[in-house]
Design a protein around this ligand. Sequence first.
Ligand SMILES: NC(=O)c1ccc[n+]([C@@H]2O[C@H](COP(=O)([O-])OP(=O)(O)OC[C@H]3O[C@@H](n4cnc5c(N)ncnc54)[C@H](OP(=O)(O)O)[C@@H]3O)[C@@H](O)[C@H]2O)c1
Length: 105
Amino acid sequence: MKFLKQKDIAVISYSPLGRGKALSDPILKKIANRNKMSTAQVCLTWLMSKGAIPIPKATSLEHLKDNFAASEFNLSPEDVQQIDKISIKQRYVNPPFISPKEWSK
Ligand SMILES: NC(=O)c1ccc[n+]([C@@H]2O[C@H](COP(=O)([O-])OP(=O)(O)OC[C@H]3O[C@@H](n4cnc5c(N)ncnc54)[C@H](OP(=O)(O)O)[C@@H]3O)[C@@H](O)[C@H]2O)c1
């Protein structure tokens, strides 16, 4: 991210909700409840706090509205840090033509 920022290159966050699987994370849910946000909004706001551009998929108007409204929120530095510290690292989208073999282990 630091290198890309220097080069003025934007980052697109593909599958920013982990294909929906990130929404069951207990830390994200707790932060969502505390801030009166949806868990999806927490994911999207965190990504935007890093300067990334999330492109969530949604098939209902309710989810579309929820996702667009994420741009109205900000997370506190403490909440951002708490999310940074989530130790579970799971790739839900892992195309073999992009990622090194070690990532699929
Ligand atoms: N650039 C490319 O080359 C390329 C190629 C293929 C796909 N894409 C796009 O990239 C995006 C990534 O989508 P993805 O499916 O991989 O992953 P994703 O956006 O991480 O997750 C989508 C899942 O999250 C659910 N969801 C969305 N908003 C929600 C909300 N506010 N509350 C609760 N659940 C919510 C969706 O459910 P619902 O469907 O029920 O709303 C769906 O199950 C899509 O827009 C896709 O079309 C881009």
